[in-house]
Design a protein around this ligand. Structure first.
Ligand SMILES: Nc1nc2c(c(=O)[nH]1)N=C([C@H](O)[C@H](O)COP(=O)(O)OP(=O)(O)OP(=O)(O)O)CN2
Length: 141
């Protein structure tokens, strides 16, 4: 399989609701998020132009999550924090790196890449240069 990848760096606040130690506190990360795309090569020899990954996926991150505070909609702090700052982004999941990668790969990417003939087969969310979660589409069969 041949793939094409691009990463994008964003800064977000978050907290991990229910975390046993410091990660339940309000804090933030400089995330690096990588999308790996697979599909047939076009007449030029590309899976997808790198600029299309940027336009469809990276710019979504830039517009929707960069410099925002990400909070689970069921977090008990959600209503108080959104009242203080309406730019807080409420998510249908606790914002762990794993849940973010799963959401980006399974929900966002199919919508954003519709009509391109390409799909995301791997998505990594690095919270720090030391820690990352990876969503992977394993080949069936
Ligand atoms: N599997 C996961 N574990 C943790 C997540 C996560 O998304 N998935 N998230 C966090 C926190 O967001 C936390 O901020 C990062 O935790 P940690 O690596 O422990 O913190 P540091 O980077 O500061 O590590 P040091 O060892 O203090 O340098 C926690 N776990």
């Amino acid at each position: 399989m041949i793939t094409a990848s691009r990463y994008h760096d964003i800064s977000c606040g978050h907290r991990v609701c229910g975390h046993e130690t410091k990660c339940r506190h309000l804090h933030g990360h400089n995330y690096r998020i990588t999308f790996e795309c697979a599909g047939d090569l076009d007449h030029v020899g590309r899976v997808i132009d790198f600029s299309v990954i940027k336009e469809k996926l990276c710019m979504w991150l830039e517009n929707e999550w960069d410099h925002h505070f990400l909070l689970w909609e069921e977090d008990p702090m959600a209503s108080a924090l959104t009242e203080i700052d309406p730019t807080v982004v409420l998510l249908p999941f606790n914002p762990t790196a794993e849940n973010m990668a799963t959401y980006l790969a399974e929900t966002l990417a199919p919508k954003q890449l519709e009509g391109t003939g390409v799909r995301v087969v791997r998505c990594t969310v690095e919270e720090t240069r030391k820690c990352q979660a990876e969503w992977k589409l394993f080949p069936v069969g």
